[in-house]
Ligand binder design. Structure first.
Ligand SMILES: Nc1ncnc2c1ncn2[C@@H]1O[C@H](COP(=O)(O)OP(=O)(O)OP(=O)(O)O)[C@@H](O)[C@H]1O
Ligand SMILES: [Mg+2]
Length: 325
């Protein structure tokens, strides 16, 4: 069985003139190599395909694979993560992780929150600000939190994302609308502890394998797990495996959200406690980072004794079971 690999290699986009920020979500060669070697360790033959351009060229040349291990983040538009899975669907080639609908919806944090809220999952009240004028219509309780509606890796998130009053709200919305050219999601601020839960599997077979608390140290920027805190996490953040009631509550919430959204094979759900200490859904990552030592999903798995090869093996096993490969 041959597994193709689709991915966005950061160095490749950087060499084409894209910036550090534009390519922040893309993967390092190390990550691709680690996944490749884990797949081989599972007894599978591998073939690198590359990003959507490499995939289109290979498909056009008549190439096919038994399964594609897809972790392309994509460059432009709300369908950027959905593009590769949609192409693979069209050619009836099975692949790992979520389908185009799940990937598109979950890229839009507002649409995602509507779905999880409908399933009874706690998540802060919110508004989606599409234009500067929309700020006047926001009716939420301060403090608030504002971020681009469809970014990841902490892009657009700074200590200023926490907002105390209408003047600050206007300022941050104007700045985010201008720099990110997309709507801003404004939510009620969750003041409590932060967690992220790792999920492996699909639907009723999905399992919350572990939850990690994200603890900001004194050296960290205040208020949030910001872009800079993520970038310099070695000095600014401590990660601790959650236990007891915290872990149970996060696992329950994460699984409920994962199933409601239709996430597949593996992913991560970000959670924060509200003022009453109740966990709330922040966002889902259906294409969670897979760097063996630096990405949260493999870090959590390591903490609970699931090695990197075993994680990749379980992702592939879940995809094969679904697809009947
Ligand atoms: N409503 C909120 N209240 C308090 N903090 C929040 C809220 N929303 C987001 N945050 C903070 O901002 C961080 C980043 O938010 P979010 O997870 O939505 O962004 P992201 O860039 O998609 O993250 P990722 O790196 O996981 O892709 C959270 O980890 C949390 O610290
Ligand atoms: Mg997040």
């Amino acid at each position: 069985m041959t597994v193709g690999l689709t991915y966005d290699l950061r160095s490749e986009w950087l060499s084409q003139g894209y910036s550090e920020l534009e390519t922040a979500e893309f993967d390092r060669e190390e990550t691709v190599a680690a996944i490749e070697s884990a797949l081989r360790g599972e007894g599978l033959a591998t073939e690198r395909i590359g990003n959507f351009k490499g995939l289109m060229a290979a498909l056009g040349a008549g190439k096919r694979w038994d399964l594609v291990f897809n972790f392309c983040e994509g460059m432009y538009g709300l369908g950027r993560e959905a593009l590769v899975p949609a192409l693979l669907d069209a050619y009836r080639i099975p692949y790992t992780f979520s389908d185009p609908v799940v990937l598109s919806v979950s890229l839009h944090k507002g649409l995602t929150k509507r779905i999880v809220r409908d399933a009874g999952v706690a998540t802060p009240d919110f508004a989606v600000v599409e234009t500067a004028a929309d700020v006047e219509t926001v009716r939420l309780r301060y403090p608030l939190f504002a971020k681009p509606v469809a970014e990841g890796t902490g892009k657009g998130i700074t200590p200023r994302s926490r907002i105390e009053n209408e003047e600050e709200l206007r300022g941050i919305c104007d700045a985010l609308l201008e720099s990110y050219r997309q709507p801003v999601i404004v939510e009620e601020y969750l003041p409590g502890r932060e967690f992220t839960t790792a999920i492996i599997g699909t639907g009723t077979e999905a399992e919350a394998v572990g939850t990690m608390e994200v603890i900001l140290l004194e050296t960290a920027e205040a208020n949030a797990y910001t872009y800079m805190n993520k970038e310099y996490c070695d000095d600014r953040v401590r990660y601790e495996l959650a236990k007891g009631v915290d872990a149970e509550c996060c696992a329950r919430l994460a699984l409920q959200a994962w199933r409601a959204l239709g996430g597949r094979d593996a992913g991560r759900i970000d959670i924060r406690m509200d003022a009453r200490g109740e966990p709330n859904f922040i966002e889902v990552n259906p294409l969670a980072g897979l760097h063996p030592q630096h990405s949260d999903l493999p870090i959590i798995c390591t903490m609970v004794g699931i090695g990197f090869q075993s994680l990749i093996g379980r992702i592939v096993a879940s995809a094969r079971r679904r697809a009947g490969v």
